[in-house]
Design a protein around this ligand. Structure first.
Ligand SMILES: Nc1ncnc2c1ncn2[C@@H]1O[C@H](COP(=O)(O)OP(=O)(O)O)[C@@H](O)[C@H]1O
Ligand SMILES: [Mg+2]
Length: 228
């Protein structure tokens, strides 16, 4: 069961939005656990709204905003094919614990050089964990790219200087994400054939390919996912 954490010490970059959309995409056919690692509990709030919606698939969302997250999650995660951790704001012991718990850390950044520079803190925390997490996968994900624009040269250049790669898929700024979240839903449920659903699925496929290429993750769950 691959464990994926969405981490960035900056608030408002889309950790929760992307976590709930990724978890929902994976839950269409798999056993998924979403872990809220943020003391503010936004993913738990989303889940509470979700319970009011009939005719959509529910999956468990648990709150573990603790520095012992990695230890507490280990036995629970065995029951799931995918585990997604919605990370806390700030560089702290919870963030470190989320890194230790993960196979893949995804750092959402908005497409501005300031946001990319601000991610240095999370890069440092990942570096500090390198000795105990030698096989950790790490990538940037551009979020809230303005509709119908491409990634500016300046942003591309900044990303290329960072120590980790960036997903090819960029998530665009779309009202649909906020609209769906207010009802405890994802864009895959409110508009399953819309452009937001398409880009979340494209990002998910990239995650599966990256994990498949790495040789240290449970093959079985990946095989199931790739053949979905
Ligand atoms: N791709 C997007 N398009 C439009 N709005 C977005 C997008 N990603 C996030 N948002 C909005 O930005 C705000 C912050 O997102 P959130 O996921 O709560 O960030 P974080 O968890 O990193 O603090 C929310 O109001 C959310 O609806
Ligand atoms: Mg959040």
């Amino acid at each position: 069961m691959p464990v994926i954490a969405l981490l960035n010490q900056k608030g408002g970059v889309g950790k929760t939005t992307l976590s709930v959309n990724l978890a929902t995409a994976l839950a269409q056919g798999h056993k998924v656990l979403l872990v809220d690692g943020d003391p503010q509990g936004s993913a738990l709030d989303w889940s509470a709204q979700r319970k009011n919606e009939s005719a959509i698939g529910l999956f468990p969302v648990i709150g573990l905003p603790k520095e012992t997250l990695h230890r507490e999650l280990a036995p629970i995660s065995l029951d799931y094919e995918w585990v997604i951790i919605d990370g806390p704001p700030g560089v702290n012991k919870i963030a470190r614990s989320a890194i230790v718990a993960s196979d893949f850390v995804i750092i959402p950044v908005q497409p501005s050089p300031f946001d990319i520079w601000a991610a240095e803190d999370v890069e440092e925390t990942i570096d500090e964990c390198a000795s105990i997490k030698p096989n950790l996968l790490t990538r940037f994900l551009v979020n809230r790219l303005f509709l119908n624009t491409t990634l500016g040269n300046e942003v591309q250049e900044e990303l290329s200087k960072r120590p980790f790669a960036t997903f090819q898929t960029a998530i665009r700024n779309r009202q649909e994400y906020a609209k769906a979240a207010r009802r405890g839903m994802s864009a895959l449920e409110t508009e399953p054939h819309g452009p937001a659903a398409d880009e979340i699925r494209a990002w998910m496929e990239e995650i599966i390919v990256a994990l498949n290429e790495s040789h240290h993750i449970s093959r079985e769950s990946l095989h199931v996912a790739a053949n979905r």
